[in-house]
Design a protein around this ligand. Structure first.
Ligand code: WTA
Length: 657
């Protein structure tokens, strides 16, 4: 077997709405093709031109420097400052009085920071960091909830050249300890507590626990948010508001080299300890800026809302750096989507007149499950563009998003990318590229994706294979922090480098399976570890999941393989039902029949288990590794620091229905 059998055949095609295309920066397919062609044929000139829309102290004359491949450098002879580009640049125009951040707390409090105000806060906090002994290149951990100060902390680091590592506020003390130690952070920024579904997540108490085993940390700065009791150690722990009063607001942005490290973000592999993905300043900045501008077709009037958490790469690139570099108005919401009820998102969109919404398939499936009456109660007419990211979206969830939220008026951008890629890699350009439900469509500028067979030859149309990217793009990760060998091994050894134009070009392996259809559209099938081999068919489990979700009773499905003597692997499906549906043998048989007719008998799960919920990582990805163990009847072990809800797991382990 050299290929992955791909079975989904989604034929629906939606043109960009005419009114949208007319006003778009890239108004038709030809315009996209011309720009894409130039980005591939003259990448250095293309990216230098985009870079010149931003502020540089020393203008770069160089694009890519690949002399130390697979380590890419971009704009290496330039100097810049990302915080300057996100803030100071906008103070020269009327944008200075424009809302940069509109914050809505979970309890309902709203706070608006204009560009001028945000600039002041960042300058103050940059001076706080300096006072605490932080210098360029030092690491600062940020373990906070979704509050403006998290963004202020990030921008303050970027301003002085310190490297931030944001640790998602849902992680436990052990996970904080491991990441802080791996990065050797000097300072931790945190809060007394964070609001989550009406209760307090005790962030400072978790930090205290971690601090007993993190000798590298000298100081913490603690924001008061939930006003719960906390311990403060004199000399080590500082109250955010007090220490800010002790510094002045003058903090000119220094010129930093383009390759100045910007942040480390930890991302879990399938096994082993998390990888610290390192991004640097210039290339990441240009990538985040350009993708935000063109993929969201961002206009000065937009109210843009990305529902991700700043603890994930989506929050870095598309809440903070990309939108602010574009001078956008960004909404930031602190809490859960179902607090106080599952209508919260729609209520926020109605009250703040949100025009662009960027969210995750897992959230969309939850909304489908909660029922149509929540969005129907609200006026969503301010929306003009929708986006998704994080995992393959099932065509039925996509159709629901288009119909219920977008009123068939808003284009949907399904954006494929990774922590490692820094920014979007494959995505529709909303005014130019017709969309197909479930497909991330075509490459973004400068990106050369390919689908390869195991032996490295290119897969044919609709033939499933392994997704790779040829040639570096500006926002590609630079290395794994402290483990360069792991960087080479994980991404650059799966396929041998290719000789072209008298040079040797390493091939970046994404870890995802994909196919390219007869129109050249890409369909990402998920991680290759989510590929199962049933009776000689290697199947992307996401496709069986999509078939299940297309059934009217099903809200969400996760399909994994289990060892099987006869077939090599058997398929086990974990299924959650829509409200009011009844689990039982009748439905089980109906679902099996449904998959058999949708895909074929070979794809029919051997076992269907009904469950109230699926175990998920904090970023909403289904933890298939755990489900595999449950399916195989093994005891569940291994690293569970990213598990959302342990009770879900306990329920699954017990026998089904
Ligand atoms: C998956 C999130 C299909 C994919 C930005 C990738 C997607 C991993 C999509 C990266 C999409 C992300 N369609 N799959 N639109 N977006 N993925 O590092 O498997 O948290 O490799 O970055 O998510 O997840 P990460």
């Amino acid at each position: 077997m050299t290929t992955i059998t791909s079975v989904s055949r989604e034929a629906r095609l939606f043109d960009p709405p005419e009114a949208f295309a007319k006003a778009a920066r890239i108004p038709n397919r030809e315009a996209y093709e011309a720009m894409y062609k130039r980005s591939i044929e003259e990448p250095d000139a293309f990216w230098l031109e985009l870079a010149s829309e931003l502020h540089w102290f020393q203008r770069p004359t160089q694009g890519l420097d690949y002399s130390n491949a697979p380590h890419a450098k971009w704009f290496a002879d330039g100097t810049t400052n990302l915080a300057y580009n996100c803030l100071d640049r906008h103070l020269e125009s009327a944008r200075r009085n424009k809302a940069a951040l509109i914050f809505e707390g979970e309890p309902g409090d709203v706070r608006v920071l204009t560009y001028q105000q945000l600039h002041r806060e960042v300058c103050l906090f940059a001076n706080v960091l300096r006072r605490l002994g932080v210098e360029a290149g030092d690491r600062v951990a940020i373990y906070m909830g979704m509050v403006p100060e998290a963004a202020i902390g990030m921008l303050a680091c970027a301003r002085i050249g310190a490297i931030h590592t944001v640790i998602f506020g849902g992680f436990a003390a052990e996970a904080v300890r491991d990441r802080v130690n791996d990065a050797q952070a000097k300072v931790i920024l945190t809060q007394d507590g964070a609001w989550r579904r009406g209760s307090v997540v005790p962030l400072k108490a978790n930090v205290d626990k971690a601090l007993t085993e993190t000798p590298c940390v000298r100081h913490t700065v603690v924001l008061r948010r939930t006003m719960n009791d906390i311990e403060m150690e004199a000399g080590r722990d500082h109250d955010w508001n007090d220490i800010v009063k002790s510094v002045d607001a003058k903090c000119p942005a220094p010129a930093l080299p383009a390759e100045q490290p910007l942040f480390i973000l930890y991302t879990s592999g399938t096994t082993g300890k998390p990888k610290g993905v390192l991004h640097t300043t210039g290339g990441y900045m240009v990538g985040a800026y350009a993708s935000t501008k063109y993929v969201f077709d961002l206009k000065d009037e937009d109210v843009y809302w990305c529902t991700a958490d700043v603890g994930w790469v989506t929050g870095h690139s598309y809440i903070v750096y990309g939108p602010l570099a574009n001078g956008a108005t960004c909404l930031m919401y602190e809490g859960a989507p179902n607090q106080p009820d599952p209508g919260r998102f729609w209520d926020i969109i109605e009250r703040h007149r949100v025009s662009i919404l960027y969210t995750a398939p897992t959230a969309i499936r939850a909304f489908v499950k909660w029922g149509d009456h929540y969005p129907l109660k609200h006026d969503l007419s301010s929306l003009r563009l929708l986006g998704t990211v994080g995992e393959p979206i099932n065509p039925e969830a996509w159709m629901w998003y288009r119909r219920m939220i977008g009123a068939e008026r808003c284009p949907i951008v399904d954006t494929w990318w990774q922590t490692e890629t820094g920014g979007m890699m494959m995505t529709p350009i909303p005014g130019a590229i017709p969309t197909k439900p479930g497909s991330c469509t075509v490459p973004f500028f400068g990106v050369r994706p390919k689908v390869l067979r195991e032996d490295g030859t290119e897969a044919g149309p609709n033939e499933g294979g392994l997704l790779v990217v040829e040639r570096p793009w500006p926002s590609i990760m630079r290395t794994v922090w402290g483990d360069d060998q792991r960087f080479r091994d994980t991404y650059y050894t799966r396929f041998p480098p290719r000789d072209e134009e008298g040079k040797s070009w390493p091939i970046y392996f994404t870890g995802d399976g994909a196919r390219r259809d007869e129109h050249g559209y890409f369909w990402v099938m998920g991680r290759v570890d989510d590929v199962v081999n049933v009776a000689g068919h290697r199947l992307g489990t996401a496709e069986v999941e999509s078939a299940l979700v297309a059934h009217r009773s099903v809200a969400e499905a996760a399909v994994v393989g289990r060892p099987d003597e006869l077939k090599g692997q058997a398929l086990v499906a974990f299924v959650t039902l829509k409200q009011g549906e009844v689990a039982g043998k009748t439905l089980k048989d109906a679902l099996l029949e449904h998959v058999a007719t949708e895909i074929g008998k070979f794809a029919r799960p051997d076992d269907i288990r009904f469950t109230d919920g699926l175990p998920k990582t904090r970023s909403g990805k289904i933890m298939r590794r755990l489900l595999k163990e449950v399916a195989a009847g093994r005891e569940v072990k291994g690293d569970m620091t990213t598990l959302e809800d342990f009770s879900v797991l306990a329920k699954l382990s017990k026998d089904d229905e």
